[in-house]
Design a protein around this ligand. Structure first.
Ligand SMILES: [Ca+2]
Ligand SMILES: [Ca+2]
Length: 147
């Protein structure tokens, strides 16, 4: 009987996947919902979008589960801005994919890099698994989600 148990245990350990619990704990980043006709504000699941001229990023806020809460956010680099006939700054060209992503994994209504809820995609090639967890220095703030 001991031999049989030892054989079963060794078989289990030999087939155990080669990763650590720390790797298992890092959650998956869901893909960004599609932006229709290059217009975030007319796209399903988009709650709001805003341009931060100081950082030159365009933020898009999503409600992935249609619960009324903002639980996903992206930041794209702004490649070109212009002015409309009223001299208001308008965003003319964005990078195709986001550089930064936030996902409210624990559902507390906040995006906190301490909770592994922020990613960087250095290739800017969309969500495809090469994104990395991103941790800000403590003095840097994440822009608050609009309410
Ligand atoms: Ca959170
Ligand atoms: Ca990517």
């Amino acid at each position: 009987m001991k031999t049989l148990l030892a054989m079963i245990l060794s078989a289990v350990f030999m087939t155990a996947p080669l990763f650590s619990w720390a790797e298992i704990a890092i959650p998956m980043l869901p893909p960004e919902p599609p932006i229709l006709n290059n217009d975030p504000l007319r796209s399903p699941l988009v709650v709001d979008a805003t341009y931060d001229w100081r950082q030159n990023f365009f933020y898009i806020f999503y409600d992935l589960y249609t619960t009324g809460d903002i639980n996903y956010m992206t930041a794209r680099r702004v490649l070109r801005v212009g002015q409309n006939e009223y001299s208001n700054t308008i965003v003319e060209l964005l990078s195709e994919h986001a550089l930064f992503y936030w996902f409210d994994i624990n559902g507390d209504g906040k995006f906190r890099h301490e909770d592994n809820e922020m990613w960087i995609d250095p290739e800017e090639d969309g969500v495809n698994g090469n994104e990395q967890q991103y941790h800000l220095p403590p003095q840097d703030a994440i822009p608050p989600a609009p309410r």
